[in-house]
Design a protein around this ligand. Structure first.
Ligand SMILES: Nc1ncnc2c1ncn2[C@@H]1O[C@H](COP(=O)(O)OP(=O)(O)OP(=O)(O)O)[C@@H](O)[C@H]1O
Length: 376
């Protein structure tokens, strides 16, 4: 089912009513969500992710804009008539009912032509339990299950009516790290198997990047960028998006463009730039992905070494530079290429495609490095 969001806006009245200042939780959001895809809604706390999901579910009414499921305008339909499945962070299972009864629950209130016999209901519930692989737990109560198992039950309950759209609000945040990893892969598998258009809210960029077909990055109610995870990582629209995606985060420096060259400090760091701003500003922000540094004795960027953290396959070199806007520069270097631990200075070459250039005032991206930086 294709889901179309058309100029969606949601305002809430502000706390201080005398000031009459509304909170704009979602601002003019338009997006055509392709059928059968998994979309990750991503952003820091308060950016409007849950409100967007609640608008799609019908739990919240938009201040302006329309929502379509395929050809149907569902903007004024209540949640129970939209054909959605909802899963929340806190599972919301009925503790006094068994797993089977919890999964059956949405089928028991069907009316008219949709009514099912007991046998049909049981078959559908078993089918949903099979999808999330909890058939052997059907007689237990939620209190006898682990967090991961409870979340599977919640997903089975959301799937049992074969929804047109599945909406997941931070479904993994109550799980420990290992279960989170396992359950997110499960969600991906279930989504692929059922082909249900799924919208997934998370503040965890790694989670969103790893399972989504497309991600939507939001900030203060405004969509910053929509695209395939790798596309957004490699071509961030602005400094906020560049900073939000990737661990460790991108390293940001004060930079200058002079005669088509990019400088961090007095050293010409990169020779070749592709800049799509006219006129080209002189003062810019430069962001370098942690994997964009390479150690070399005569490297183009000189930093003060403050430490090295061993991560197994790679090492993380921690250093400082007076033009850095991050308190520390974190670069990820292969273990074959260790710095001289005795030295106080490290020099890096920069890998052009890992270096982005932003306007200082609006923080919008205006280019990237295409050559130079010492790396051939
Ligand atoms: N019912 C409400 N009444 C007033 N303001 C609200 C209401 N619901 C949300 N907001 C405000 O709207 C903004 C967006 O909230 P929303 O819950 O959508 O953000 P979020 O990105 O999901 O955050 P989180 O990750 O913390 O859940 C916030 O400023 C929030 O305080």
């Amino acid at each position: 089912m294709e889901v179309i969001l058309q100029n969606l806006t949601k305002k809430f009245p502000g706390r201080d009513r005398r000031k009459k200042k509304d909170i704009i939780a979602v601002s003019d959001f338009s997006f055509r969500i392709p059928d059968g895809k998994l979309i990750g809604l991503l952003g820091p706390s308060g950016c409007g992710k849950s409100t967007t999901l609640n608008l799609i579910s019908g739990l919240v009414k938009p201040t302006a804009g329309r929502i379509f499921f395929g050809e149907d305008d569902v903007t004024d339909l209540p949640p129970e008539h939209r054909g959605i499945g909802l899963v929340f962070q806190n599972y919301a299972l009925y503790p006094h009912l068994t797993v089977m009864q919890n999964i059956l629950f949405p089928l028991q209130n069907l009316k008219g032509r949709d009514r099912l016999t007991k046998a049909e209901m049981a078959e559908k519930a078993r089918e949903a339990a099979g999808l999330v692989q909890i058939e052997e737990l059907l007689d237990r109560k939620p209190g006898e299950l682990s967090g991961g198992q409870q979340q599977r039950v919640a997903i089975a309950r959301a799937l049992v009516k074969r929804p047109k759209v599945l909406l997941l609000d931070e479904p993994l945040s109550n799980l420990d790290a290992r279960l989170r990893l396992q359950t997110r892969e499960e969600i991906r598998r279930i989504q692929r198997e059922t082909g249900i258009t799924t919208i997934f809210v998370t503040h965890d960029q790694e989670e969103a990047m790893s399972i989504s077909d497309m991600i939507v990055v939001m900030k203060e109610g405004i969509v910053q960028q929509i695209g395939r995870p790798q596309e957004v990582y490699d071509n961030p629209a602005n400094l906020f998006v560049a900073r939000f995606l990737g661990t460790p985060p991108v390293n940001v420096f004060d930079g200058k463009i002079r005669d088509g060259r990019l400088y961090i400090g007095a050293e010409a760091v990169l020779e070749g730039l592709e800049v799509f701003a006219d006129p080209m500003p002189e003062e810019v922000c430069v962001a370098v992905r942690p994997e964009g540094f390479r150690l070399r004795e005569n490297g183009v960027l000189s930093c003060e070494l403050s430490g090295v953290e061993v991560m197994g396959r790679d090492i993380s070199v921690v250093s400082r530079n007076k033009f850095s806007l991050n308190p520390q520069i974190r670069s990820i270097i292969s273990t074959e290429n260790q710095p001289d631990f005795e030295s106080h200075v490290v020099r890096f070459d920069l890998i052009p495609r890992k270096v982005f250039v932003f306007r200082r005032d609006t923080e919008e991206r205006i280019g990237f490095a295409v050559s130079g930086g010492g790396v051939q």
